[in-house]
Design a binder for this molecule. Structure first.
Ligand code: GLN
Length: 471
């Protein structure tokens, strides 16, 4: 990775300085300064004394989203309801990083329980986009994106239930990848919607991404939804001049909510890709207007169940009011502990699961999901990749959408598809808008097709296909 001749201590010191210099970005919830330094000291000793024992990620400085457990460290989901709570075990993904000698430098700010698209729903306050501090970094993994964007760590982990890695990567001009469902263990990831959640990776280049993905992927006895398929050595497969069979949905480019410049840039890119020998086919996708509603019905239903564990009895926040009735204790604790967006989703999810509405909403959304999965399987029987925009517009300003939940939800138009279908997706920082902000191209592959995604990403980013007003 990036560090060449530097010692681990020098590296940690460099990143701690950068974090301090950029404190106003509010990317970190907690910085593990002393611990990272003492780990660096012992890694430097090992590099000198026994270099052959060093892991693949020796000295790689990594930040983790505040929904991923690391034993004896706080994990709060940016929520008051988990204020001061410390993890009692370490997430499999984090353990695998540590086993390969990475240095975990801190936990990263996010929307409360990973619910949001702008990082405006965090109990710790907004994370600022380092390219324009008046604009949102995206969400929900806003801190993870900005930490990599601003050079506060080399790589970071986020979570992606409906776009929370790809969308902030798009807004911040970096790479964000959500592997297919089951590629990375969810053990130790605080659940939002379990059949959608997946840990994802932010990086500045495909090499770092490939190495970290290889390290953290693979079966895990603690997560039965995690696939047993062997993990490819992504790094060795990265370089290829192969051409791909690519599908795109004309409906995604003709959608009225899509910014015209994004549309034009992606349309031009499609022509360039054709000239380079890729086969590109338009495939009609009739479900585009159904995917956001289906996503919000299903994920809020799952969230209403997953978040019922935060009741003030077993752990986490408990109301300070003097209450003797158990139901009152639940009510007060949850009313005080959860923020507005989380409450909205718990209520919505409870509603769609309730008698009389279950068939009309939850069952119908499940049927839509099934149709989407079937359609996706049929597309990938003929194609390697699907491409589309990552987000309909570039990073917006703070407050611009926070009073209109529907408008905020509609911004997830292009990202929730991959989670509904359980397929991998990546956002590639290829374009720049005339307003100065970056935006990405999203590519998706079949389940377990991460290798093609990385190869395609590597080709595009290496060639630096000219884009937007940079031409
Ligand atoms: N923006 C989406 C939402 O608010 C996605 C969140 C996520 O992927 N965690 O649900």
């Amino acid at each position: 990775m990036l560090h060449g001749e530097l010692t681990c201590v020098e590296l940690v010191e460099h990143y701690l300085d950068k974090i301090k210099e950029n404190a106003q970005l509010n990317a970190f919830v907690e910085i593990y300064a002393e611990e990272a330094l003492s780990r660096a000291i012992s890694l430097d000793v090992r590099i000198k004394q026994d270099p052959s024992s060093c892991g693949e990620l020796i000295g790689v400085i990594i930040g983790i989203k505040d929904v991923i457990c690391y034993k004896d460290h706080h994990v709060t989901a940016a929520s008051n309801i988990l204020k001061d709570f410390k993890s009692i075990y370490t997430a499999t993904a984090v353990q695998r990083l540590i086993d390969e000698d990475a240095i975990i430098i801190g936990s990263l700010n996010c929307d409360e329980f990973a619910m949001g698209s702008s990082n405006e729903n965090s109990v710790y306050g907004n994370v600022l986009n380092a390219l324009d501090e008046t604009r949102v970094p995206g969400g929900s993994s806003g801190g993870s994106a900005v930490a990599v964007q601003a050079g506060l760590c080399m790589v970071s982990l986020g979570s992606d239930t409906g776009g929370s890695v790809r969308q902030p990567a798009d807004f911040c001009g970096i790479i964000g990848m959500k592997p297919g469902y089951g590629r990375i263990s969810r053990y130790g990831l605080l659940a939002y919607a379990s059949s959608f959640d997946q840990i994802g990776i932010f990086s500045m280049n495909t090499t770092d991404l490939a190495i970290v993905l290889s390290v953290i992927s693979g079966s895990d006895e603690f997560d039965s939804t995690c696939t047993d398929s062997p993990v490819p050595d992504y790094l060795s497969l990265l370089e290829t001049d192969k051409t791909f069979n690519i599908a795109y949905f004309p409906e995604s480019l003709d959608h009225p909510s899509l910014d015209k410049e994004i549309k034009n840039n992606i349309t031009e890119l499609i022509s360039t890709l054709k000239e380079k020998g890729h086969r590109i086919t338009p495939i009609s996708f009739e479900y585009l207007d159904h995917i956001v509603p289906a996503y919000y019905v299903l994920t809020t239903a799952e969230a209403s169940s997953n978040l019922s564990r935060y009741d003030g009895v077993k752990y986490g926040y408990r109301t300070k009011q003097n209450i003797t009735d158990l139901n009152e204790l639940y009510k007060k604790t949850r009313s005080e502990g959860f923020g507005k967006e989380v409450k909205r989703r718990i209520m919505l999810g409870t509603f769609v699961l309730s008698t009389g509405y279950y068939d009309a909403y939850y069952a119908k959304a499940q049927q839509i999901r099934k149709m989407i999965v079937d359609k996706t399987t049929s597309i990938f029987s003929q194609h390697d990749l699907i491409i589309m925009p990552t987000v309909p517009s570039p990073a917006f300003r703070f407050g611009e959408k926070s009073n209109d939940a529907i408008e905020m939800f509609l911004g997830d138009l292009y990202t929730v598809y991959a989670n509904l279908a359980g397929i991998p997706g990546i956002s590639l920082p290829l374009f720049k808008h005339s307003n100065g902000m970056p935006f990405g191209l999203q590519a998706m592959s079949d389940k377990l097709g991460e290798t093609s995604l990385l190869q395609f990403a590597n080709q595009l980013l290496k060639e630096k296909i000219p884009h937007g007003n940079e031409k």
